[in-house]
Write a protein that binds this ligand. Structure first.
Ligand code: HEM
Length: 401
């Protein structure tokens, strides 16, 4: 009787064919894995990505965000970013991560303080802190439109969308974003809506990205007027950002070229400041001094004057203008408050000690390092003495918290 053998069964009876099958399946599996793993992170690492398609998506619409769970201007606390790591080595990296587009802008119960400080600076230092170059006009209007769409959906108890713009239900302000002329510079309006500082990066004919618009009101250590019109590279080299050339330059310019609509990236950093002014750290000089520098700061101020400043920065591309919006949200707390949190004094002391000389110089460690580390060591010891279990830290905290 003739036995029917399926093609698969007959193939499986030949050892050569079996080997071939195994090799081919492995190749397909690893190729699939390679592309799946490489593609999402390639933008952050500066590798090639298929940017063409989404860069040309003018009609791309960012999804309407979900409302922030239980958000309240009274009770929602600032997120506890503690974006420092244990030594022994501090790595200068871009440190970008993707976040959900819903998490673009973070607001909390410090909104009233930030809003008042910004209003004061807009009234007194407008020309120095806010600018929209004609080449950034379309982008600034698009940014306003994006905020008007995003904020009422994300923070419905704070914002209401109106036929002409947006109302702030807490402050009673009403913003008309369709009238012309606008009541004020579009970047000033954008600044009043959020706690962040905002910058617009526009691609030049040479393919580099230039700072063409901004509302930089609470930056602490730098001034919009010094950086306007500069390409990304010069913004950083003129600030003496450590290891910029070796570690950051190429990845950053690739990132800007390849950033796709729909993606939202974030990074965090941290600084120590030896005064309590959120808007401008007077320790490095007066805001209107020609040159400001850590060299003028008072050395060894008492720890009560040490403040922890941490920025949460976001980047996303605006679909129509193709501009890149850079947001800088500063979280600002006394070191003495932070040091009461489990694990924080030990980890912060280790982080500060891990800075290489160039990083230490950039962050001004010489002026406060001794006082700060002695204090943090004492607070860490108190935590150990009361039985803090160091082996639990990784379970309870992960970067950037
Ligand atoms: C991929 C995007 C970016 C990366 C990875 C990046 C990275 C950095 C790093 C590593 C520093 C040193 C301080 C820190 O650790 O944060 C820095 C400083 C700085 N960055 Fe960026 N940056 C980016 C985009 C921008 C953009 C778009 C602007 C435009 C305004 C900007 C303006 C500055 C300024 C002004 C400083 C000096 C701040 C100071 O010393 O007070 N950065 N950046």
């Amino acid at each position: 009787m003739a036995v029917f053998m399926s093609p698969i069964t007959s193939v499986m009876q030949s050892p050569v064919a079996v080997c071939l099958l195994v090799v081919c399946s492995a190749a397909v599996f690893y190729a699939f894995r390679y592309f799946r793993v490489r593609t999402p992170s390639s933008v952050a690492s500066g590798a090639k990505a298929d940017s063409k398609v989404s860069l040309s998506l003018e009609s791309y619409l960012y999804p309407t965000p979900e409302a922030y769970p239980d958000w309240s201007i009274e009770t929602t606390k600032p997120l506890p970013y503690r974006a420092f790591r244990y030594g022994p080595t501090y790595h200068v990296t871009m440190g970008l991560r993707t976040v959900s587009p819903d998490a673009w802008i973070e607001l909390d119960n410090h909104f009233p303080k930030y809003h008042a400080k910004k209003a004061d600076r807009l009234a007194n230092r407008l020309e120095k802190c806010v600018h929209t170059d004609p080449t950034a006009w379309d982008a600034s209007i698009e940014l306003l439109d994006e905020l008007v769409r995003y904020l009422p959906a994300r923070y419905p108890t704070l914002y209401r969308r109106t036929p002409v713009g947006i109302d702030n239900l807490w402050s009673g302000e009403s913003f008309n974003v369709v009238q012309r002329p606008l009541a004020e510079d579009p970047m000033a309006i954008a600044a009043r809506l959020v706690q962040d500082d905002l910058a617009l990066m526009i691609e030049g004919e040479d393919g580099r990205y230039y700072l063409r618009g901004g509302a930089i009101l609470l930056a602490g250590f730098w001034r919009l007027s010094d950086k306007l019109g500069m390409p990304l590279e010069e913004i950083h080299t003129s600030a003496d950002v450590p290891q910029y050339r070796e570690k950051l330059h190429r990845g950053m310019s690739n990132f800007f070229t390849r950033l796709r609509c729909g993606q939202t990236y974030c990074r965090n950093n941290y600084f120590i400041q030896v005064d309590d002014d959120l808007a401008w750290s007077g320790s490095i000089g007066a805001e209107d001094d020609e040159v400001v520098s850590w060299s003028t700061a008072e050395k060894d101020r008492a720890v009560e004057h040490h403040w922890f400043r941490s920025e949460r920065q976001s980047l996303r591309r605006l679909p129509k203008s193709k501009a890149v919006v850079f947001t800088i949200r500063t979280y600002f707390h006394p070191v003495t408050e932070l040091a009461q949190e489990d694990y924080v004094p030990g980890r912060l002391a280790s982080a500060v000690r891990s800075w290489s000389d160039d990083v230490a110089k950039y962050k001004g460690r010489d002026k406060y390092g001794r006082v700060l580390c002695e204090y943090l060591d004492r607070e860490h010891q108190k935590q150990l003495d009361r039985g803090l279990d160091m082996s639990k830290e990784d379970e309870l905290h992960s970067y950037p918290f």
